[in-house]
Ligand binder design. Structure first.
Ligand code: KG4
Ligand code: ZN
Length: 343
């Protein structure tokens, strides 16, 4: 059994957690910065990085205190090393390096996307590799075959916006606060998902990828037309997003032998998406796994867990590990048309 300290600060959540290799979450805490970023309608990288610097040390102290653990009882220190906002990534990584240097414990430089990708295994001991993963977050929307720790094959990615980015942009058009996903989900509860006709980009296409930009533009036109209730626009948009993700995942399942369908990343907190994907898995004879909502959105328990999986595989890093703004899980995946920054 090993004990891993996880540190995360690649976007707007500052987080620390203590997790064991036998799946016990001894403590996990996070400090969001929604208030600081809300006036700008999105995350301001400079504000985020400065806040991480101020918050992270006390957060690490507080998880150690909550778990009743001394720093030198930790077996390894797992810190997010990318991808993400580079200023924030540097805070977690350098904090991890400092702790590694002072304790002599190994550093594990974790890919934030691998944190999301492996997070379901922290709470689902029966979830065996390989599995087909829909990773839908604020910065990404990908279908990946998770074959092993550090072994990923990308089947599809977005050619324009990420899934969470689409939720955030649609929310902004509706005058809802950041982050948009939970706000849209709440408003959609009182709306009719069939009220507003919206496109489903790429549905039915043999091309494996995602596209959400056209959907966002259609929301913009629906808002401007002023004919529909905001709740109906929210419900119709959420349904269109779900339909797109289900269709693309269904196509990927046709090209994958993986026995289990998994969804992770912030957008996986969406209940309409979870329900629709559970039905898709059932219809295609696959098992289904999704982490609880708190483990879908950014947190440090998933970073500690990815660290535990890497540590068990003997994968540790040197103190020269780089901070990376871009870091694809499948380095061999081809770039796709239009997907410049999101591949
Ligand atoms: O994984 P995450 O916390 O951070 C990144 O790594 O990007 O994902 C954040 C994204 C945001 O775009 C947020 O609007 C979206 O996940 N999100 C949701 C929900 N909760 C968070 N989208 C739809 N429905 C939700 N309930
Ligand atoms: Zn994330």
């Amino acid at each position: 059994m090993s004990l891993i300290l996880g540190i995360e600060s690649s976007c707007d959540e500052t987080a620390a957690a203590l997790v064991t290799s036998d799946r016990r979450i001894l403590a996990h805490r996070l400090a969001g910065q929604e208030e600081a970023h809300r006036p700008y309608g999105g995350v301001v990288p400079e504000i985020a990085a400065r806040a991480h610097v101020e918050i992270l040390p006390a957060l690490i102290e507080s998880v150690l205190a909550e778990a009743g653990v001394e720093l030198d009882e930790v077996d390894a220190i797992a810190a997010t090393a990318g991808p993400g906002l580079i200023g924030g990534v540097m805070v977690a990584l350098l904090a991890g390096k400092g702790l590694s240097l002072s304790t002599g414990k190994p550093l594990i430089a974790v890919n934030h996307l691998e944190g999301h990708a492996l997070s379901p295994r922290l709470v689902d001991p029966d979830l065996a590799l390989p599995y087909l993963l829909l990773l839908a977050s604020g910065g990404h929307c990908q279908l990946l075959e998770v074959r092993g720790v550090g072994d990923y094959r990308r089947l599809a990615t977005t050619i324009d916006d990420a899934a969470g980015e689409a939720f955030d942009k649609a929310a902004k058009l509706l005058g809802l606060p950041y982050p948009g996903g939970p706000a849209i989900e709440e408003l959609a509860q009182g709306g009719n998902p069939k009220a507003v006709p919206l496109p489903r980009p790429l549905i039915g296409s043999g091309e494996p990828h995602f596209s959400f930009a056209g959907l966002k533009s259609a929301v913009q036109r629906a808002v401007a037309a002023g004919k529909h209730e905001p709740a109906d626009i929210a419900a119709s948009f959420q349904q269109a997003m779900v339909d797109c993700m289900v269709d693309r995942t269904s196509l990927a399942l046709e090209h994958s032998e993986a026995p289990t369908l998994v969804v992770a990343g912030g957008v996986a907190a969406n209940r309409a998406l979870r329900t629709a994907l559970a039905e898709l898995a059932k219809a295609s004879g696959r098992a289904f796994s999704v982490p609880p909502g708190w483990l879908c959105t950014d947190n440090a328990a998933m970073i500690a867990w990815a660290g535990a999986e890497r540590f068990a595989a003997g994968l540790v890093d040197g103190l020269d590990a780089p901070a990376r703004a871009r870091w694809p899980l499948d380095e061999a995946a081809e770039k796709v048309r239009g997907a410049g920054v999101k591949a």
